[in-house]
Structure formats: structure tokens, C-alpha cells
Ligand binder design. Structure first.
Ligand code: AMP
Ligand code: MG
Length: 343
């Protein structure tokens, strides 16, 4: 049964989900400045910390179970906050279980292959979370806004004529469905930034010397194509939000809120997988018990038979004492027992 926390996470994630089959107009349908009214910035940090702890726990189970893999695709306009989102949201998880891959202008070798090739080479292993910082969706966004990219892809004439975008949407959907059928869950996040907030962030990159390196004049040229990008992203969202791999549009004008929302969407996907630590068969447990007896018999004179078990019960007794003391304090303070909501 879903816990209260799991239900809340599912409810929040649903706020950002693009209903499969719906026609999206980014500017009309999504507010980059939205923040769910119950969340204040003050609480946002604490919620994110809790979300990160939850992700760490789920990631450990995902890795131990070694059955499902998760692919997170992050898309945004320049200065949308992809790097910061990755840095914050993944800060608590074991680096061994996560791989981050960025995709830039394709290399000559990449252009010598079909358009999904370079992304397929970076897919997660079972038990792993892979994050694509930009993804195969560039193939229907930047390539669509700048068709000279398509010319560079060395496609035969019949593969780049009319219908190429509709075909790519279908091919991407089919590919993602195939991956889903094979145990890989795909979490697609679009960080939705407003034009004014992008202006502010570009200015920040110009104003702060330590941010200068992040700025490229290419970003300004791309900003000139704002409307074309909005349209390409709207088309992408309309055609590739599927039952098996829906898009989540996350309001990105407040960084703290975008990070919290991204953590929620990822946590929701992991909760749905519900990975479990592998359990041991009855026969194997019997073997373990025999091995334990051997180790117990090896205790040197004067030493605890099972030092670990001893340490554990000491820790439990201490926690129990702390809990009792806390309960007494509350009663003394006049707060009735059992009525205090967990934070
Ligand atoms: P950045 O992520 O800021 O380092 O920039 C990477 C650049 O690579 C962006 O301008 C992307 O639009 C561009 N890029 C990513 N994928 C493709 C692609 N498939 N074709 C052409 N350009 C791409
Ligand atoms: Mg850039």
C-alpha cells in the first residue's frame, strides 16, 4: 500500500505531467513561474533534503535488485538550469549507481550513424540511473530549428524529405516503448524557463567574472530564435508524451522549485518501480546460520560472541531512551501524546 508520502509525491508529479495525446502550446499551457501554493522557499530546502534522502534509498535498492534501469532525459533552453538540477538532485546518491552524459554538436563519427546511435550507446545498465543532459530530443528540436543540422547527417534523400519530424517522433516513441518493455523506465523532464528569466541569467553570466565562462555569444543568437524553440518544444511535447514515457514540464524560473519538482518526478518513477533488496532462499538462510555458528565459536576469550549484534542493540536502547525522553518533554510541555504530526 502506498504511504502518505508516496501518495503526495504522485500527486505533485501529476501536476507537471503532459497528458499523452494532448496538444501543447508551451506559452499558453505552462507558467514558468508557477510554484505549488503550499510550498514556500523556506520549506523547499528541507523538502529537497528529504527528497534526496528518499532518492538515495531507492537508488540503493534499484542497484541491488539489478533488474530495472532508469533513464532521465533533461531538456531546456540555454540557462534553463540543467546542470544545477543534476548537481543538486543527485547529490545524495551513490556515484557508482549514476552516470551523466551530455550531448553536444555531433562528431563526425556520430554523423556516420543513424540519429539514435549515440544515445543508444549511453543507455543505463540494469540497476543504474543514467542522466542525459540534453538527449535524443535535440534531434527534433535544435535540428528542427536549424535544418542545416539535418543536412550534415548524411541522410539519403528519402529519409529527410517531408514527414521527417513526424517520422522521428514515431521512431523515438517506438524506441522508448521498446526500452520500457525491456525494464528501462524513461523520465523526461523539460525545464520551462521564461524569456525574462533567461535574460536575467545571461546578465548574471556577464556580470559575475566566475560565470563568464558559461556565456557564449551563440546563446544570444539562439535567444533570437525564441519563438521557433517554443514551437519546436511544444511540438515535441505534443507528439512524444506517451503512456509509457510521459513528459514532465517543470516551471524553471525559481531554481529551488525546479530542483524540488525534478526530485519529485524522479522519486515518483522510482516508487512506481518499487525496487526491493534481493531476499535469500530458506535453504541459503540455513547455510548462513551454520556459517554464523562457526564464527560465533571463534570468539576469543573475553570478547563478545557477536560484537555487531551487541553494538546494534546498544544503539537501539539508546534511541529508545532518547525517544522516551522526548515524549516526556512533550507531555511536560502540555502537548498531548500521539497527536503531534510528524514533520
Ligand atoms: P551546451 O550544452 O551549452 O554545451 O551546448 C551544446 C550545444 O550542442 C547546444 O547548442 C546544442 O543545441 C547542440 N547540440 C546538441 N545536440 C545536437 C544535435 N543533435 N545536433 C546539433 N546540435 C546539437
Ligand atoms: Mg550552453
Amino acid at each position: 500500500m502506498a504511504t502518505k508520502q508516496e501518495k503526495r509525491i504522485a500527486e505533485y508529479a501529476r501536476l507537471f505531467r503532459v497528458k499523452p495525446g494532448s496538444k501543447v502550446n508551451l506559452g499558453r499551457d505552462f507558467d514558468p513561474g508557477f510554484k505549488a501554493d503550499v510550498v514556500r522557499k523556506k520549506d523547499g530546502g528541507e523538502l529537497l533534503r528529504r527528497g534526496i534522502a528518499l532518492l538515495a534509498d531507492y537508488q540503493a535498492r534499484l542497484a541491488a535488485q539489478d533488474t530495472y534501469g532508469v533513464l532521465v532525459c533533461l531538456q531546456a533552453l540555454d540557462a534553463g538550469g540543467k546542470d544545477g538540477t543534476i548537481r543538486h538532485v543527485m547529490s545524495g546518491v551513490n556515484p557508482q549507481g549514476v552516470a551523466v552524459h551530455g550531448f553536444k554538436v555531433p562528431s563526425a563519427e556520430e554523423l556516420d550513424h543513424d540519429f539514435l546511435w549515440r544515445y543508444a550507446r549511453r543507455l543505463p545498465e540494469r540497476g543504474q540511473i543514467a542522466i542525459f543532459n540534453r538527449s535524443h530530443y535535440e534531434e527534433v528540436v535544435v535540428v528542427r530549428v536549424h535544418p542545416e543540422n539535418l543536412d550534415r547527417q548524411k541522410l539519403p534523400a528519402e529519409s529527410k524529405g517531408p514527414g521527417v519530424w513526424a517520422r522521428r517522433y514515431r521512431e523515438i516513441n517506438d524506441w522508448e516503448r521498446y526500452l520500457t518493455d525491456n525494464g528501462f523506465r524513461i523520465v523526461k523532464i523539460f525545464l520551462n524557463l521564461s524569456r525574462e528569466e533567461q535574460r536575467t541569467r545571461f546578465l548574471k553570466r556577464l556580470d559575475l567574472p566566475e560565470k563568464n565562462w558559461k556565456f557564449s555569444s551563440h546563446d544570444i543568437a539562439e535567444r533570437e530564435r525564441w519563438d521557433d524553440y517554443q514551437e519546436a518544444f511544444s511540438e515535441m511535447l505534443s507528439h512524444t508524451s506517451t503512456r509509457w514515457a510521459p513528459w514532465y514540464v517543470i516551471p524553471a524560473d525559481r531554481k529551488w522549485f525546479a530542483r524540488l519538482a525534478a526530485a519529485v518526478v524522479l522519486a515518483n518513477a522510482l516508487i512506481a518501480i518499487d525496487p526491493r533488496y534481493p531476499t535469500v532462499s530458506a535453504a541459503a538462510r540455513k547455510d548462513l546460520a551454520q556459517v554464523k555458528d562457526v564464527l560465533l565459536a571463534q570468539a576469543p576469550k573475553g570478547a563478545a560472541r557477536d560484537p555487531f549484534e551487541e553494538r546494534l542493540s546498544r544503539r537501539r536502547r539508546k534511541a529508545k531512551r532518547r525517544e522516551d525522553a522526548h515524549a516526556t518533554e512533550l507531555v511536560v510541555a502540555g502537548v498531548s501524546d500521539g497527536k503531534v504530526e510528524a514533520p
